[in-house]
Design a protein around this ligand. Structure first.
Ligand code: HEC
Length: 206
């Protein structure tokens, strides 16, 4: 009995994790919620509440019959696009050396972090970033030569900012975290990440 309860909690974590983000909704089965409350607790910067309530996007993407080409997906995506906050002064590029540290850092939002821990972007867990990198994840496409291949136009800057702010404004149920939308990265960190991808001097664009 104990083992099956525990494994249900693990399944729940697996299902909910990766879909990211807070906000209220009461659609999780109440008994299942009780089970989660019993098996999980808030520790460090991991909030129990995050596992108990899903926002509209998470709810939509958690449906086993999800259709990302449906009208509902289209509505969620256009809402996400409207909610993107671009840098107020129109300057997108910070310092790529700082951006690289953020991209290679998996710190933040873990149970052994505190609320003061500066979040990393963990980009390397899913993307290749530079040519001489030894280890990186391949869930996402390689970002090597990101700017060199696409050019450094205002449109590319704006799209890249928006994509990192909320990937689901462009691809419903993307596996990539919603860095701006969920407040994972600050505006300053976003600028440094943009420089990593779109400063011609960055090693990404060698
Ligand atoms: C959990 C895995 C994951 C993490 C972490 C992640 N990404 Fe992604 N990313 C993806 C996937 C999968 C795609 C392709 C699907 C899509 O477009 O959403 C993608 C797509 C992108 C694209 C669009 C590429 C294009 O050609 O349009 C950019 C830019 C990007 N990621 C940048 C980043 C940056 C910068 C970070 C770190 C701040 C990051 N990603 C972290 C999984 C991830």
């Amino acid at each position: 009995m104990k083992i099956s309860r525990l494994s249900m909690v693990f399944i729940a974590i697996t299902l909910i994790f990766g879909l990211t983000g807070p906000s209220a909704s009461e659609d999780i089965n109440p008994e299942f919620k009780d089970l989660l409350r019993e098996g999980l607790r808030t520790k460090g910067s991991v909030q129990l509440e995050r596992f108990l309530s899903l926002d509209a996007t998470q709810k939509f993407c958690s449906d086993s019959n999800v259709n990302i080409n449906s009208d509902e997906a289209g509505q969620l995506m256009s809402k996400a696009l409207q909610q993107i906050q671009y840098p107020a002064d129109g300057s997108y590029l910070g310092d790529w050396t700082e951006g690289e540290k953020i991209a290679q850092s998996g710190k933040g939002l873990r149970f052994n972090d505190t609320n003061d821990t500066e979040n990393g972007g963990n980009c390397y867990a899913c993307h290749q970033i530079r040519k001489d990198e030894l280890a990186y994840g391949t869930l996402g496409p390689s970002l090597y030569q990101y700017g060199k291949l696409r050019g450094y136009s205002d449109e590319v800057l704006r799209y890249t900012w928006a994509k990192i702010f909320n990937p689901q404004a462009f691809l419903m149920c993307s596996n990539m975290p919603r860095y701006g939308h969920n407040g994972i990265l600050t505006v300053k960190q976003m600028r440094n990440i943009l420089a990593l991808l779109l400063d011609p001097q960055s090693p990404v664009n060698e």
